[in-house]
Design a protein around this ligand. Structure first.
Ligand SMILES: Cc1cc2nc3c(=O)[nH]c(=O)nc-3n(C[C@H](O)[C@H](O)[C@H](O)COP(=O)(O)OP(=O)(O)OC[C@H]3O[C@@H](n4cnc5c(N)ncnc54)[C@H](O)[C@@H]3O)c2cc1C
Length: 422
Protein backbone atom coordinates (compact mmCIF):
# COMPACT_ATOMS: atom_id res chain seq x y z
CA UNK A 1 0.00 0.00 0.00
CA UNK A 2 1.38 3.31 -1.00
CA UNK A 3 1.63 5.88 1.71
CA UNK A 4 -1.89 6.19 3.14
CA UNK A 5 -1.53 7.04 6.81
CA UNK A 6 -4.09 5.88 9.35
CA UNK A 7 -4.65 9.50 10.25
CA UNK A 8 -5.72 10.22 6.67
CA UNK A 9 -7.96 7.15 6.66
CA UNK A 10 -9.70 7.97 9.91
CA UNK A 11 -10.20 11.70 9.26
CA UNK A 12 -13.67 13.04 8.49
CA UNK A 13 -12.64 14.67 5.25
CA UNK A 14 -10.20 12.11 3.93
CA UNK A 15 -12.38 11.32 0.95
CA UNK A 16 -9.78 12.18 -1.66
CA UNK A 17 -7.06 9.68 -0.66
CA UNK A 18 -6.81 8.27 -4.15
CA UNK A 19 -3.22 7.11 -3.64
CA UNK A 20 -4.63 4.49 -1.29
CA UNK A 21 -6.55 2.57 -3.96
CA UNK A 22 -5.35 -1.05 -4.02
CA UNK A 23 -4.19 -2.02 -7.46
CA UNK A 24 -2.57 -5.49 -7.47
CA UNK A 25 -5.04 -8.26 -8.18
CA UNK A 26 -2.90 -11.02 -6.61
CA UNK A 27 -2.51 -9.06 -3.38
CA UNK A 28 -6.28 -8.61 -3.25
CA UNK A 29 -7.06 -12.32 -3.87
CA UNK A 30 -5.16 -13.32 -0.72
CA UNK A 31 -6.41 -10.35 1.29
CA UNK A 32 -9.01 -10.66 4.07
CA UNK A 33 -12.56 -10.63 2.66
CA UNK A 34 -15.09 -8.07 3.84
CA UNK A 35 -18.62 -8.31 2.49
CA UNK A 36 -20.86 -5.24 2.91
CA UNK A 37 -24.64 -5.65 2.52
CA UNK A 38 -26.54 -2.50 1.52
CA UNK A 39 -25.20 0.29 -0.69
CA UNK A 40 -26.88 3.24 1.04
CA UNK A 41 -25.42 6.04 3.13
CA UNK A 42 -23.96 3.59 5.66
CA UNK A 43 -22.91 0.59 3.54
CA UNK A 44 -21.39 2.45 0.58
CA UNK A 45 -19.31 4.57 2.99
CA UNK A 46 -18.02 1.47 4.83
CA UNK A 47 -17.05 -0.16 1.53
CA UNK A 48 -15.27 2.93 0.28
CA UNK A 49 -13.32 3.58 3.49
CA UNK A 50 -12.35 -0.10 3.79
CA UNK A 51 -11.05 -0.01 0.23
CA UNK A 52 -8.86 2.94 1.25
CA UNK A 53 -7.52 1.15 4.33
CA UNK A 54 -3.82 0.83 5.10
CA UNK A 55 -3.55 -2.78 3.78
CA UNK A 56 -5.36 -4.30 0.83
CA UNK A 57 -8.71 -5.75 1.78
CA UNK A 58 -10.98 -7.63 -0.56
CA UNK A 59 -14.19 -5.60 -0.40
CA UNK A 60 -17.50 -6.74 -1.93
CA UNK A 61 -20.65 -4.60 -1.80
CA UNK A 62 -24.08 -6.21 -2.27
CA UNK A 63 -26.87 -3.83 -3.35
CA UNK A 64 -29.90 -4.75 -5.48
CA UNK A 65 -30.39 -1.29 -6.99
CA UNK A 66 -28.12 0.03 -9.75
CA UNK A 67 -29.01 3.61 -8.83
CA UNK A 68 -29.54 4.77 -5.25
CA UNK A 69 -31.93 7.66 -4.54
CA UNK A 70 -31.18 9.70 -1.44
CA UNK A 71 -33.99 10.26 1.03
CA UNK A 72 -32.05 13.30 2.14
CA UNK A 73 -33.13 16.31 0.04
CA UNK A 74 -36.12 14.32 -1.33
CA UNK A 75 -38.45 16.81 0.40
CA UNK A 76 -36.98 19.47 -1.94
CA UNK A 77 -38.00 17.29 -4.89
CA UNK A 78 -41.55 16.99 -3.47
CA UNK A 79 -41.73 20.79 -3.41
CA UNK A 80 -40.50 21.08 -7.02
CA UNK A 81 -37.20 22.63 -5.90
CA UNK A 82 -34.86 19.85 -7.07
CA UNK A 83 -34.93 17.29 -9.89
CA UNK A 84 -35.32 13.58 -9.13
CA UNK A 85 -32.19 12.93 -11.18
CA UNK A 86 -30.11 15.12 -8.87
CA UNK A 87 -30.95 12.72 -6.00
CA UNK A 88 -29.72 9.55 -7.75
CA UNK A 89 -26.22 8.09 -7.59
CA UNK A 90 -24.51 5.10 -9.21
CA UNK A 91 -21.77 2.77 -7.98
CA UNK A 92 -19.35 3.16 -10.91
CA UNK A 93 -16.75 5.19 -8.98
CA UNK A 94 -16.66 2.61 -6.18
CA UNK A 95 -15.79 -0.07 -8.75
CA UNK A 96 -13.52 1.91 -11.03
CA UNK A 97 -11.59 4.05 -8.54
CA UNK A 98 -11.63 1.89 -5.42
CA UNK A 99 -11.67 -1.64 -6.92
CA UNK A 100 -14.72 -2.58 -4.87
CA UNK A 101 -16.57 -5.56 -6.32
CA UNK A 102 -20.18 -4.36 -6.53
CA UNK A 103 -22.77 -7.13 -6.98
CA UNK A 104 -26.29 -5.98 -7.84
CA UNK A 105 -28.24 -8.67 -6.02
CA UNK A 106 -30.11 -9.08 -2.74
CA UNK A 107 -28.66 -10.85 0.30
CA UNK A 108 -31.21 -13.60 1.03
CA UNK A 109 -29.59 -15.13 4.13
CA UNK A 110 -26.62 -14.79 6.45
CA UNK A 111 -25.00 -17.90 7.94
CA UNK A 112 -22.89 -16.55 10.82
CA UNK A 113 -21.52 -19.98 11.83
CA UNK A 114 -20.31 -20.75 8.32
CA UNK A 115 -19.41 -17.05 7.77
CA UNK A 116 -21.21 -16.91 4.45
CA UNK A 117 -23.85 -14.77 2.78
CA UNK A 118 -26.31 -16.32 0.35
CA UNK A 119 -27.63 -14.12 -2.45
CA UNK A 120 -31.04 -14.35 -4.12
CA UNK A 121 -29.29 -15.54 -7.30
CA UNK A 122 -27.99 -18.58 -5.37
CA UNK A 123 -24.37 -17.40 -5.13
CA UNK A 124 -22.70 -17.93 -1.74
CA UNK A 125 -20.03 -15.48 -0.60
CA UNK A 126 -17.59 -16.31 2.23
CA UNK A 127 -16.40 -13.49 4.50
CA UNK A 128 -13.88 -12.80 7.25
CA UNK A 129 -15.95 -9.82 8.37
CA UNK A 130 -19.47 -8.88 7.35
CA UNK A 131 -21.06 -5.42 7.49
CA UNK A 132 -24.85 -5.21 7.36
CA UNK A 133 -26.37 -1.81 6.50
CA UNK A 134 -29.85 -2.58 5.12
CA UNK A 135 -31.76 0.44 6.47
CA UNK A 136 -35.35 0.23 7.68
CA UNK A 137 -38.57 -1.74 7.23
CA UNK A 138 -42.11 -0.81 8.25
CA UNK A 139 -43.82 -2.69 11.06
CA UNK A 140 -46.43 -4.97 9.49
CA UNK A 141 -49.94 -4.46 10.80
CA UNK A 142 -49.05 -1.43 12.96
CA UNK A 143 -51.67 0.63 11.07
CA UNK A 144 -54.65 -1.53 10.05
CA UNK A 145 -55.20 -1.47 6.29
CA UNK A 146 -51.76 -0.03 5.51
CA UNK A 147 -50.17 -2.85 3.50
CA UNK A 148 -48.00 -2.96 0.37
CA UNK A 149 -51.05 -2.35 -1.89
CA UNK A 150 -52.11 0.67 0.20
CA UNK A 151 -48.73 2.36 -0.35
CA UNK A 152 -49.76 2.81 -4.01
CA UNK A 153 -52.65 5.07 -2.93
CA UNK A 154 -51.29 6.60 0.28
CA UNK A 155 -47.50 6.65 -0.25
CA UNK A 156 -44.99 6.66 2.60
CA UNK A 157 -42.17 8.13 0.46
CA UNK A 158 -39.88 7.23 3.38
CA UNK A 159 -37.65 4.96 1.30
CA UNK A 160 -36.79 7.15 -1.65
CA UNK A 161 -37.53 6.04 -5.22
CA UNK A 162 -40.86 5.31 -6.95
CA UNK A 163 -42.75 6.20 -3.75
CA UNK A 164 -41.25 9.71 -3.80
CA UNK A 165 -42.28 10.22 -7.44
CA UNK A 166 -45.80 8.96 -6.66
CA UNK A 167 -46.25 11.42 -3.80
CA UNK A 168 -45.02 14.32 -5.96
CA UNK A 169 -47.52 13.36 -8.71
CA UNK A 170 -50.37 13.24 -6.20
CA UNK A 171 -49.43 16.66 -4.81
CA UNK A 172 -49.31 18.09 -8.35
CA UNK A 173 -52.72 16.59 -9.17
CA UNK A 174 -54.36 17.80 -5.93
CA UNK A 175 -56.85 20.65 -6.51
CA UNK A 176 -56.28 24.05 -4.90
CA UNK A 177 -58.13 24.01 -1.58
CA UNK A 178 -57.31 20.32 -0.96
CA UNK A 179 -56.08 18.75 2.28
CA UNK A 180 -52.65 17.06 2.49
CA UNK A 181 -52.37 14.83 5.58
CA UNK A 182 -49.03 13.57 6.93
CA UNK A 183 -49.17 10.76 9.52
CA UNK A 184 -45.92 11.01 11.52
CA UNK A 185 -44.64 7.98 13.51
CA UNK A 186 -43.56 7.52 17.11
CA UNK A 187 -39.83 7.46 17.97
CA UNK A 188 -37.46 6.00 16.98
CA UNK A 189 -37.73 6.49 13.23
CA UNK A 190 -35.63 7.51 10.21
CA UNK A 191 -34.90 11.26 10.14
CA UNK A 192 -36.57 12.90 13.19
CA UNK A 193 -37.07 16.35 11.51
CA UNK A 194 -38.16 14.76 8.18
CA UNK A 195 -41.99 14.84 8.46
CA UNK A 196 -41.95 18.49 9.59
CA UNK A 197 -39.45 19.54 6.90
CA UNK A 198 -41.79 17.81 4.42
CA UNK A 199 -44.77 19.83 5.72
CA UNK A 200 -42.72 23.05 5.45
CA UNK A 201 -41.54 22.49 1.88
CA UNK A 202 -44.89 21.22 0.59
CA UNK A 203 -46.41 24.36 2.17
CA UNK A 204 -43.92 26.46 0.16
CA UNK A 205 -45.14 24.69 -2.99
CA UNK A 206 -48.81 25.20 -2.05
CA UNK A 207 -48.18 28.87 -1.26
CA UNK A 208 -47.02 29.37 -4.86
CA UNK A 209 -49.33 26.99 -6.73
CA UNK A 210 -52.38 26.11 -4.57
CA UNK A 211 -52.66 28.81 -1.89
CA UNK A 212 -56.08 27.70 -0.53
CA UNK A 213 -54.74 24.24 0.39
CA UNK A 214 -54.07 23.01 3.93
CA UNK A 215 -51.64 20.59 5.57
CA UNK A 216 -52.57 18.51 8.61
CA UNK A 217 -49.94 16.57 10.57
CA UNK A 218 -51.37 13.72 12.66
CA UNK A 219 -48.59 12.86 15.08
CA UNK A 220 -48.04 9.71 17.14
CA UNK A 221 -45.88 11.92 19.47
CA UNK A 222 -46.51 14.93 21.71
CA UNK A 223 -43.31 16.78 20.80
CA UNK A 224 -40.84 16.66 17.94
CA UNK A 225 -37.25 17.63 17.13
CA UNK A 226 -36.64 21.38 16.56
CA UNK A 227 -40.34 22.01 17.24
CA UNK A 228 -39.86 25.67 18.21
CA UNK A 229 -37.94 26.39 14.98
CA UNK A 230 -40.59 24.70 12.84
CA UNK A 231 -43.59 26.32 14.53
CA UNK A 232 -41.95 29.75 14.34
CA UNK A 233 -41.32 29.22 10.60
CA UNK A 234 -44.88 27.98 9.97
CA UNK A 235 -46.28 31.18 11.57
CA UNK A 236 -43.93 33.40 9.55
CA UNK A 237 -44.04 31.72 6.15
CA UNK A 238 -47.37 29.88 5.98
CA UNK A 239 -49.83 31.42 8.49
CA UNK A 240 -52.94 29.26 8.88
CA UNK A 241 -51.77 26.63 6.39
CA UNK A 242 -50.19 23.93 8.62
CA UNK A 243 -51.98 22.34 11.57
CA UNK A 244 -50.19 19.90 13.88
CA UNK A 245 -52.22 17.55 16.08
CA UNK A 246 -50.17 15.70 18.72
CA UNK A 247 -50.91 12.25 20.14
CA UNK A 248 -52.48 13.70 23.30
CA UNK A 249 -55.34 15.11 21.16
CA UNK A 250 -55.81 12.36 18.59
CA UNK A 251 -54.54 9.19 20.26
CA UNK A 252 -52.80 6.57 18.13
CA UNK A 253 -53.09 6.38 14.34
CA UNK A 254 -55.08 3.14 14.16
CA UNK A 255 -56.18 2.49 10.58
CA UNK A 256 -56.41 3.75 7.02
CA UNK A 257 -59.01 3.22 4.32
CA UNK A 258 -57.57 3.55 0.82
CA UNK A 259 -60.85 3.95 -1.09
CA UNK A 260 -61.56 7.39 0.43
CA UNK A 261 -58.01 8.13 1.68
CA UNK A 262 -59.17 8.33 5.27
CA UNK A 263 -57.11 7.95 8.43
CA UNK A 264 -58.68 6.73 11.66
CA UNK A 265 -57.31 7.71 15.07
CA UNK A 266 -58.67 6.80 18.52
CA UNK A 267 -61.70 9.11 18.28
CA UNK A 268 -61.81 10.64 14.80
CA UNK A 269 -61.64 10.01 11.08
CA UNK A 270 -59.68 12.44 8.85
CA UNK A 271 -60.32 12.41 5.10
CA UNK A 272 -57.39 13.52 2.93
CA UNK A 273 -57.04 14.56 -0.69
CA UNK A 274 -53.43 13.38 -0.52
CA UNK A 275 -52.28 11.18 2.36
CA UNK A 276 -48.66 10.53 3.29
CA UNK A 277 -48.53 7.68 5.81
CA UNK A 278 -45.15 7.28 7.51
CA UNK A 279 -45.55 4.02 9.46
CA UNK A 280 -43.71 2.87 12.61
CA UNK A 281 -40.33 1.38 11.73
CA UNK A 282 -37.76 -1.28 12.60
CA UNK A 283 -34.51 -2.64 11.15
CA UNK A 284 -34.86 -4.03 7.60
CA UNK A 285 -36.06 -7.60 7.13
CA UNK A 286 -32.63 -9.16 6.52
CA UNK A 287 -31.50 -8.01 9.97
CA UNK A 288 -34.62 -9.55 11.53
CA UNK A 289 -34.24 -12.88 9.66
CA UNK A 290 -30.53 -13.12 10.50
CA UNK A 291 -31.17 -12.73 14.25
CA UNK A 292 -29.30 -9.42 14.37
CA UNK A 293 -32.24 -7.48 15.87
CA UNK A 294 -33.41 -7.77 19.48
CA UNK A 295 -36.94 -7.50 20.84
CA UNK A 296 -37.07 -3.76 20.07
CA UNK A 297 -36.82 -4.58 16.35
CA UNK A 298 -33.46 -2.76 16.12
CA UNK A 299 -29.90 -4.15 16.18
CA UNK A 300 -27.66 -3.83 19.26
CA UNK A 301 -23.98 -3.07 18.52
CA UNK A 302 -20.73 -2.35 20.28
CA UNK A 303 -20.48 1.48 20.21
CA UNK A 304 -16.76 1.49 19.30
CA UNK A 305 -16.47 -1.21 16.61
CA UNK A 306 -20.13 -1.45 15.57
CA UNK A 307 -19.84 -5.23 15.87
CA UNK A 308 -23.15 -6.93 16.60
CA UNK A 309 -23.55 -7.94 20.23
CA UNK A 310 -25.53 -10.96 18.99
CA UNK A 311 -23.20 -12.37 16.28
CA UNK A 312 -19.39 -12.23 16.15
CA UNK A 313 -17.61 -10.78 13.13
CA UNK A 314 -20.83 -9.20 11.89
CA UNK A 315 -20.95 -5.40 12.08
CA UNK A 316 -23.92 -3.09 11.51
CA UNK A 317 -24.22 0.62 10.78
CA UNK A 318 -26.95 3.09 9.85
CA UNK A 319 -30.65 3.25 10.57
CA UNK A 320 -30.93 -0.46 11.47
CA UNK A 321 -28.90 -0.14 14.70
CA UNK A 322 -29.61 0.98 18.25
CA UNK A 323 -27.37 4.07 18.07
CA UNK A 324 -27.57 5.47 21.62
CA UNK A 325 -28.06 9.23 21.35
CA UNK A 326 -27.31 9.39 17.61
CA UNK A 327 -30.27 10.11 15.32
CA UNK A 328 -31.22 7.87 12.42
CA UNK A 329 -29.69 10.12 9.76
CA UNK A 330 -27.48 9.71 6.71
CA UNK A 331 -24.75 11.78 8.35
CA UNK A 332 -24.84 9.55 11.45
CA UNK A 333 -24.73 6.43 9.23
CA UNK A 334 -21.72 7.85 7.37
CA UNK A 335 -19.95 8.71 10.64
CA UNK A 336 -20.63 5.24 12.11
CA UNK A 337 -19.46 3.71 8.81
CA UNK A 338 -16.05 5.38 9.06
CA UNK A 339 -15.61 4.25 12.68
CA UNK A 340 -16.68 0.73 11.69
CA UNK A 341 -14.35 0.58 8.66
CA UNK A 342 -11.52 1.84 10.83
CA UNK A 343 -12.21 -0.89 13.45
CA UNK A 344 -12.42 -3.69 10.87
CA UNK A 345 -9.26 -2.57 9.09
CA UNK A 346 -7.44 -2.44 12.43
CA UNK A 347 -8.66 -5.91 13.42
CA UNK A 348 -7.79 -7.50 10.09
CA UNK A 349 -4.41 -5.85 9.74
CA UNK A 350 -3.34 -5.96 13.44
CA UNK A 351 -3.04 -2.20 13.62
CA UNK A 352 -3.83 0.01 16.64
CA UNK A 353 -7.16 -0.05 18.42
CA UNK A 354 -9.71 2.24 16.79
CA UNK A 355 -10.74 5.55 18.33
CA UNK A 356 -14.12 6.44 16.91
CA UNK A 357 -15.05 10.03 16.20
CA UNK A 358 -18.83 10.24 15.92
CA UNK A 359 -20.60 13.29 14.66
CA UNK A 360 -23.91 14.41 13.14
CA UNK A 361 -24.73 17.50 11.14
CA UNK A 362 -28.14 18.10 9.69
CA UNK A 363 -29.51 20.92 7.55
CA UNK A 364 -33.28 21.32 7.65
CA UNK A 365 -35.29 23.44 5.23
CA UNK A 366 -38.11 25.56 6.67
CA UNK A 367 -38.68 27.37 3.36
CA UNK A 368 -36.73 27.56 0.08
CA UNK A 369 -34.66 30.48 1.46
CA UNK A 370 -34.74 29.56 5.16
CA UNK A 371 -32.73 26.64 6.57
CA UNK A 372 -31.47 25.72 10.03
CA UNK A 373 -28.76 23.31 11.11
CA UNK A 374 -27.61 21.25 14.03
CA UNK A 375 -24.15 19.88 14.78
CA UNK A 376 -23.70 17.24 17.48
CA UNK A 377 -20.55 15.45 18.72
CA UNK A 378 -20.78 12.11 20.48
CA UNK A 379 -18.58 10.12 22.86
CA UNK A 380 -18.91 6.82 24.68
CA UNK A 381 -20.30 7.06 28.23
CA UNK A 382 -21.16 3.97 30.25
CA UNK A 383 -20.83 1.78 27.16
CA UNK A 384 -23.34 3.86 25.17
CA UNK A 385 -23.08 6.59 22.54
CA UNK A 386 -23.88 9.88 24.30
CA UNK A 387 -23.94 13.55 23.28
CA UNK A 388 -20.83 15.52 24.23
CA UNK A 389 -21.52 18.83 22.44
CA UNK A 390 -24.53 20.22 20.64
CA UNK A 391 -25.17 23.30 18.51
CA UNK A 392 -28.63 24.09 17.08
CA UNK A 393 -29.77 27.16 15.12
CA UNK A 394 -31.59 29.77 17.22
CA UNK A 395 -35.06 31.24 16.86
CA UNK A 396 -33.98 34.86 16.38
CA UNK A 397 -31.46 34.40 13.55
CA UNK A 398 -31.50 36.92 10.68
CA UNK A 399 -32.80 36.11 7.21
CA UNK A 400 -29.20 36.44 5.95
CA UNK A 401 -27.98 33.69 8.32
CA UNK A 402 -30.84 31.43 7.24
CA UNK A 403 -30.13 32.09 3.55
CA UNK A 404 -26.46 31.29 4.17
CA UNK A 405 -27.54 27.95 5.72
CA UNK A 406 -29.42 27.17 2.48
CA UNK A 407 -26.21 27.70 0.49
CA UNK A 408 -24.22 25.59 2.97
CA UNK A 409 -26.84 22.82 2.77
CA UNK A 410 -26.54 22.63 -1.01
CA UNK A 411 -22.73 22.49 -0.76
CA UNK A 412 -23.03 19.83 1.94
CA UNK A 413 -25.17 17.60 -0.32
CA UNK A 414 -22.58 17.65 -3.12
CA UNK A 415 -19.59 16.98 -0.82
CA UNK A 416 -21.44 14.38 1.25
CA UNK A 417 -22.64 12.27 -1.67
CA UNK A 418 -19.09 12.33 -3.11
CA UNK A 419 -17.84 11.08 0.26
CA UNK A 420 -20.29 8.15 0.08
CA UNK A 421 -20.17 7.18 -3.60
CA UNK A 422 -16.68 8.37 -4.58
C1 LIG B 1 -37.60 12.59 3.82
C2 LIG B 1 -36.25 12.27 4.41
C3 LIG B 1 -35.31 13.27 4.54
C4 LIG B 1 -34.06 12.98 5.08
N1 LIG B 1 -33.15 14.00 5.21
C5 LIG B 1 -31.95 13.75 5.76
C6 LIG B 1 -30.98 14.80 5.88
O1 LIG B 1 -31.21 15.94 5.47
N2 LIG B 1 -29.77 14.50 6.42
C7 LIG B 1 -29.47 13.24 6.85
O2 LIG B 1 -28.35 13.03 7.34
N3 LIG B 1 -30.37 12.22 6.76
C8 LIG B 1 -31.59 12.44 6.22
N4 LIG B 1 -32.51 11.42 6.10
C9 LIG B 1 -32.20 10.08 6.68
C10 LIG B 1 -31.33 9.22 5.76
O3 LIG B 1 -31.88 9.10 4.48
C11 LIG B 1 -31.16 7.82 6.37
O4 LIG B 1 -30.84 7.97 7.74
C12 LIG B 1 -30.05 7.06 5.67
O5 LIG B 1 -30.40 6.80 4.34
C13 LIG B 1 -29.72 5.75 6.40
O6 LIG B 1 -28.71 5.08 5.73
P1 LIG B 1 -28.64 3.47 5.74
O7 LIG B 1 -27.41 3.11 4.98
O8 LIG B 1 -28.84 2.95 7.10
O9 LIG B 1 -29.94 3.02 4.92
P2 LIG B 1 -30.30 3.28 3.40
O10 LIG B 1 -29.70 4.55 2.92
O11 LIG B 1 -31.77 3.09 3.27
O12 LIG B 1 -29.56 2.12 2.62
C14 LIG B 1 -29.90 0.78 2.81
C15 LIG B 1 -29.56 0.02 1.53
O13 LIG B 1 -29.60 -1.38 1.81
C16 LIG B 1 -30.15 -2.05 0.70
N5 LIG B 1 -30.68 -3.34 1.17
C17 LIG B 1 -31.72 -3.59 1.98
N6 LIG B 1 -31.88 -4.92 2.17
C18 LIG B 1 -30.89 -5.52 1.45
C19 LIG B 1 -30.55 -6.89 1.21
N7 LIG B 1 -31.24 -7.90 1.76
N8 LIG B 1 -29.48 -7.13 0.42
C20 LIG B 1 -28.76 -6.12 -0.15
N9 LIG B 1 -29.06 -4.82 0.03
C21 LIG B 1 -30.12 -4.53 0.82
C22 LIG B 1 -31.23 -1.10 0.18
O14 LIG B 1 -31.53 -1.34 -1.19
C23 LIG B 1 -30.59 0.26 0.42
O15 LIG B 1 -29.93 0.76 -0.73
C24 LIG B 1 -33.75 11.67 5.52
C25 LIG B 1 -34.72 10.66 5.38
C26 LIG B 1 -35.95 10.95 4.83
C27 LIG B 1 -36.97 9.84 4.68
Amino acid sequence: MNGCTRRAFGGLASAMCLACVPTRAAERRSAPRVVVIGGGAGGATVARYLAMAGKALNVTLIEPKRRYTTCFFSNLYLAGLRSFDSLTHGYEALTERYSIRVIHDRAAAIEPEAKTVRLTSGTTLPYDRLVVAPGIAFRDGAIAGYDEAATEFMPHAWIAGPQTILLRRQLEAMPDGGLFVIAAPADPFRCPPGPYERASLVAAYFKQQKPRSKILILDAKDTFFEQDLFQDAWDRHYPGMIEWLPAQFIGAIDAVEVKDRSIRTAGQVFKADVANIIPPQMAASLAQQAGLADRTGWCPVDPVTFESTLHRDVHLVGDAIIPGAMPKSAFAANSQAKACAFAIAAALTSEDDPRPFLFNTCFTFLAPDDAVSDAISFGITGGKIAITEIMISKLDESAAIRAQAVREANGWYEAFTRDIFG
